[in-house]
Every structure is written in structure tokens, then in C-alpha cells.
Design a protein around this ligand. Structure first.
Ligand SMILES: Nc1ncnc2c1ncn2[C@@H]1O[C@H](COP(=O)(O)OP(=O)(O)OP(=O)(O)O)[C@@H](O)[C@H]1O
Ligand SMILES: [Mg+2]
Length: 145
């Protein structure tokens, strides 16, 4: 499904990723493991279009993902759940979920039921402000979004 080849990434002059290769197949969970600061988040940011990569290629279902913007990556079907959650604390749970609509056609601007099957607490707290959820509940909200 997702194929990454020889990916390199830099912050300014500092090269963080050196020719990273990754294959993620449909129906499997692919995990990246490594010590703190080794570059896991940087790799995911590159895949999600959150940080430009310096070299290499990425394909999704055989189609080139050439330096996507976050919008283009989301539109292609890549969801990015930030390590720090980054939900909007002053917006309700419902509004936070609705921010995920940005890359979808208007006809898909309905929160799907399976989100609430997975995370029933989000349904119970749908009008509560995101910032008033517990840490783990906010994590559920970030994944659901
Ligand atoms: N915006 C940035 N500017 C400069 N350097 C950065 C930036 N973000 C991360 N780095 C550096 O890049 C390296 C990789 O960071 P990254 O966040 O990808 O690591 P990580 O594997 O996700 O770590 P952790 O397990 O702590 O989450 C680290 O040395 C970090 O200090
Ligand atoms: Mg990280």
C-alpha cells in the first residue's frame, strides 16, 4: 500500500533521515521503533506532508506521492495523528472532529458511526470542549479526527 524508498530528510543543514525504506501492506500494522530523537516523527511528518523531504520516493497504492502538502496527503488517504495530539482545546469534540472534513467532498461531511463505535466516550462528550477531556480521551479524539 505505502512504499517509501531512500527517503532523506533534513532540518536546515542537519540531516536526520538517511535513505529510509519502508513498506506498509494492507491488513497489517506496520510499526517504526527507535530511541528518542532517532527520527520516527520526522518520517511520519514527511509521509503526511508536514515536513518536506530532501530525497527519495513515496508511493501510495502505486501512485507517486511527490512532496505532498498536508491537504494532498490527507486527500490521498493518509491520516496523521500527531504525537502531541494537537486538538483544539476551545472547540467542542464535534467541532474538532469536523476539522477532519477539510479534505473531504461536501457529501462526506458527516461523522461516521464507526468513530463512535470505536470511541463511545466521544459521543458522550460530543459538546464538551476538547481541552476539558482527559489526556487519553484527547488521544482518542486525535485518532478519530
Ligand atoms: N523542527 C525541528 N528542527 C530541528 N531539529 C528537529 C526538529 N524536529 C526534530 N528535530 C530533531 O530531529 C531528530 C529527530 O526527531 P524526531 O522528532 O523525528 O524523533 P523521534 O524518533 O520521533 O523521537 P521521540 O521518540 O522522542 O518522539 C532529533 O534529533 C530532533 O532533535
Ligand atoms: Mg516522536
Amino acid at each position: 500500500m505505502l512504499h517509501v524508498e531512500n527517503l532523506t530528510l533534513k532540518y536546515g543543514q542537519s540531516q536526520i533521515l538517511h535513505s529510509v525504506n519502508l513498506n506498509a501492506a494492507v491488513g497489517e500494522v506496520t510499526t517504526i521503533m527507535g530511541t528518542n530523537g532517532v527520527g520516527k516523527t520526522s518520517l511520519l511528518k514527511a509521509i503526511g506532508g508536514r515536513h518536506p523531504y530532501a530525497g527519495g520516493t513515496m508511493t501510495l497504492d502505486g501512485a507517486d506521492l511527490m512532496h505532498p502538502t498536508p491537504f494532498a496527503a490527507a486527500r490521498a488517504g493518509i491520516a496523521y495523528v500527531p504525537q502531541g495530539r494537537e486538538i483544539f482545546p476551545m472547540m467542542s469534540v464535534r467541532e474538532n472532529l469536523q476539522t477532519g472534513f477539510a479534505c473531504l467532498p461536501k457529501s462526506d461531511h458527516t461523522i461516521p458511526d464507526h468513530i463512535f463505535d470505536l470511541f463511545p466516550v466521544l459521543n458522550d462528550m460530543i459538546e464538551r470542549r476538547g481541552g476539558d477531556l482527559s489526556g487519553g480521551q484527547q488521544q482518542q479524539l486525535a485518532i478519530a479526527r
